[in-house]
Ligand binder design. Structure first.
Ligand code: S3P
Length: 447
């Protein structure tokens, strides 16, 4: 559905956003392996998480809703017909995490997806899962992919790319097969799977490698900081690990909130998002807002169900450009489309690098951003591993394209509010993938 926009005034206010999509996927899929039921509050109603719930139901999970939220009752035993096809639709998280569960179980199933998901790389999970002992068949290391699971070997793996989906697939494979898995990460990726296993299960150990002060070899009066290992985190899942079940409350999704925070930042207004997830592996966007000139204050900080959260107020101001590299860009991999929009309204040239991964999301996001910025008359360089965006010139209204990607549609919906002249987005219904009430929330903070 094409949606038109006219420039509006952001008035700010107080909002909540739906529950975190990454956490919800994990709860839905972990319920396949859980020993007891999960009672989940604030489970988000969006197409992606519904895909994980539907998949879990195929494995025998019972999904019910009552006044306390959603109840996920695990199956007593799992059996699948070997011709079972599980449609993962648009959801990379469903496909990759489920691949791990099937690989570690005594099951045969085929994973399929829509056109976008069928074009996304699966080699990143196929290689390590095969090395653990699973049999995986696919034509071009993409979906559809047939998986024959078995009792897997214990496995040690250093993540070659910072991917929480790969990390989680291997942990779930180990959990399903009662095999030990050790993963080391050089660049930290989101850690919701580990937190759920720590909070609602047992058998997982996390070693955070912190810099150490050691005597300087050339001048013993001085000390210098070194990293004692060449990685930052070691995750050890023991062979006797299990996930029990329990009550989980999901905080608001920071990757959805980012769009509304950006609107407040550009319009120099204040916006508060209550009960927002503040997991340290997900807050890089908040650090970015501070770095480009916004004020951030956080109240009511607390940790529930192993996940920190709080009420976050962002107040916009004159925005300035910055160079964003390495952990700083990878830490906000899902927020880059809206970081690009912020760059258009910041003084100077924003350079974002080390994000080649964006080519393999729901769309080629680097290309999608560059194409839309071209339509708006913004100078944008498409780099091999990122973008360079010149800010503060006029952002012209245009007929923007979503490329079938929810985050591209949301980012250019926000940009359209500040454009000179009317704009449109070709298919605004794609926001249903992560936030079906996106435009309602947006209307509540605009006039
Ligand atoms: C996700 C991990 C990230 C992220 C995706 C959700 C997850 O993908 O971009 O939207 O829930 O684990 P990668 O693991 O491919 O980096």
């Amino acid at each position: 559905m094409k949606r038109g926009f006219k420039p509006v005034r952001i008035v700010g206010g107080i909002i909540t956003v739906p529950g975190d999509k990454s956490i919800a996927h994990r709860v839905a899929l972990l319920s396949i392996l859980a020993k007891d039921k999960f009672v989940v509050s604030n489970f988000p109603e969006n197409a992606d998480c519904q895909t994980s719930l539907d998949a879990a139901q195929k494995f025998g999970v019972k999904v019910e809703k009552n006044k306390d939220g959603m109840i996920l009752t695990p199956p007593e035993s799992i059996s699948l017909d070997e011709n079972t096809i599980i449609d993962c639709r648009n959801s990379g998280t469903t496909a990759r995490l489920l691949a791990g569960i099937i690989a570690g179980s005594d099951l045969i199933a085929t994973l399929s997806g829509d056109d976008s998901l069928s074009n996304r790389p699966m080699k990143r999970i196929i290689d390590p899962l095969k090395a653990m002992g699973a049999e995986i068949y696919s034509d071009n290391e993409r979906l559809p992919m047939k998986i024959k699971g078995s009792k897997l070997l214990s496995f040690e793996y250093r993540l070659p790319i910072p991917s929480a989906q790969v990390k989680s697939a291997l942990l779930l494979a180990g959990l399903a097969s009662s095999s030990s898995v050790t993963i080391t990460e050089e660049i930290l990726s989101r850690d919701h799977t580990e937190r759920l296993l720590e909070e609602f299960g047992h058998g997982i150990e996390i070693r955070d490698i912190k810099p150490e002060l050691v005597p300087d070899e050339y001048d013993p009066r001085k000390k210098r900081l070194i990293m004692p290992e060449d990685f930052k985190k070691e995750i050890i899942l023991k062979s006797n690990s299990a996930i029990d079940g329990g009550h989980i409350d999901i905080p608001g999704d920071i990757s959805t909130a980012a769009f509304f925070m950006a609107a407040a930042a550009i319009s120099k207004q204040s916006l508060t998002i209550n009960n927002l997830g503040l997991n340290p592996t997900r807050v890089t966007f908040i650090e970015h807002l501070k770095a480009i000139g916004c004020q951030i204050s956080i109240s009511e900080k607390q940790t529930i169900s192993g996940e920190p959260r709080g009420n976050v107020t962002v107040t916009g101001s004159d925005l300035k450009a910055r160079r964003i590299l390495g952990e700083n860009s990878l830490g906000m991999i899902d927020e880059i489309p809206v970081v690009a929009v912020l760059a258009c309204f910041a003084k100077g040239t924003t350079v974002i690098r080390d994000i080649s991964e964006l080519k393999f999301k729901e769309s080629d996001r680097l290309f999608a951003i560059a194409e839309n910025l071209k339509l708006a008359g913004v100078k944008c360089g498409l780099l091999e591993d990122g973008l360079a965006i010149e800010g503060c010139s006029e952002f012209n209204g245009a007929d923007f394209q979503s490329f079938g990607d929810h985050r591209i549609a949301m980012a250019f919906s926000i940009a359209s509010l500040f454009a000179v002249g009317p704009s449109s987005i070709d298919d605004s219904s794609v926001v249903e993938i992560s936030c079906p009430n996106f435009y309602e929330i947006l209307n509540s903070i605009t006039k």
